[in-house]
Design a protein around this ligand. Structure first.
Ligand SMILES: Cc1cc2nc3c(=O)[nH]c(=O)nc-3n(C[C@H](O)[C@H](O)[C@H](O)COP(=O)(O)O)c2cc1C
Length: 211
């Protein structure tokens, strides 16, 4: 039996990203997010328009998508309910958010330089993708009071850095999917991926076919 339900959020499960962007003063802001999906070398990011990250991304057109492994819950939790914006919205104030200037320090994460963009990478994340903003799409148009509140931001991946422990031995352009353990968020809880299931028919297509 199914029943009609009306969940307030529909976050069925996506990997967590720590997104780096450059603040007005040149420092790097970090923020966790998880409304993201990929097609080829592009990624769609779902972000609140008022967050510091979105403002930085729209102004500078640059970001780094750092992907934490499932052993990095403590660091992601340290960034949760923080904002790089001093003037917090009433929604964030009511939800217990606080302004944090130094997000690397707050989460005890290590900054490292990027190669093609200004925002710094997060060294502890096994995957780091340097990216540039190519298009912005307003979400929730036509919904009372919500138009423009959330944006779908399309970014183009310029460079992918993979930590050697998750890169396939003998095939440096491939991720070893049995060793890549992304941190997943389902609704507002953290999960890891369970092990590999039966062979995938889609995987009969060689990855290089998509290049
Ligand atoms: C695990 C996790 C996932 C999140 N996912 C998103 C998301 O997909 N989109 C979004 O706008 N905010 C998301 N948030 C909330 C942002 O982190 C929050 O708005 C934060 O204040 C943004 O920081 P900033 O203002 O410094 O950019 C998420 C938070 C956590 C902890």
């Amino acid at each position: 039996m199914h029943q009609t339900i009306s969940p307030a959020i529909l976050y069925w499960g996506t990997p967590v990203i720590i997104i780096s962007t450059t603040n007005e003063d040149g420092t790097t802001n970090l923020a966790p997010m998880s409304s993201a999906w990929w097609l080829r070398q592009r990624c769609m990011l779902g972000l609140a328009s008022q967050s510091q990250t979105t403002r930085n991304l729209q102004r500078t057109k640059q970001c780094v998508l750092n992907m934490p492994s499932d052993s990095m819950v403590t660091q992601v939790n340290a960034l949760a309910k923080t904002s790089g914006r001093q003037d917090l919205s009433p929604f964030k104030k009511a939800a217990g958010y606080e302004y944090v200037k130094d997000k690397f320090g707050r989460a005890k994460l290590t900054p490292m330089g990027s190669e093609m963009v200004t925002p710094l990478r997060v060294q502890e994340c096994p995957v780091q993708m340097e990216a540039e903003l190519v298009q912005v799409n307003e979400m929730n148009c036509g919904e009372e009071g919500m138009g423009g509140f959330f944006l779908g931001l399309e970014v183009k991946i310029l460079k992918v850095h993979g930590e050697e422990s998750i890169v396939q031995i003998g095939a440096s352009d491939r991720i070893d999917v049995d060793r890549w353990k992304p941190l997943m968020m389902s609704f507002q809880q953290f999960y890891g991926l369970s092990g590999r299931l039966q062979p995938s028919r889609l995987a009969e297509i060689d990855e290089e076919h998509y290049r």
